[in-house]
Design a binder for this molecule. Structure first.
Ligand SMILES: [Zn+2]
Length: 70
């Protein structure tokens, strides 16, 4: 599964794979003033479409998650 983190501070939406440390570290945080999570999303491609639809300046894959298989 894939997750999108919408970050208000950096004005970006990053796509993470469920195995990413970022997901495990902050997904459980109920109140996060820096942004919010969307997901789980079934596919890598759909997650990027959702990231772009947030309207943030940057929408991309997380550096660590880019190489993960679909
Ligand atoms: Zn990641």
């Amino acid at each position: 599964m894939w997750y999108v983190y919408v970050n208000h501070v950096h004005n970006r939406a990053l796509v993470h794979h469920e195995s990413c440390g970022e997901v495990n570290k902050t997904l459980a945080t109920a109140k996060d003033p820096r942004g919010y999570w969307i997901g789980p999303v079934e596919s890598k491609d759909l997650a990027l479409v959702i990231a772009r639809a947030t309207g943030k300046l940057t929408a991309d894959y997380c550096e660590k998650c880019r190489a993960e298989p679909k």
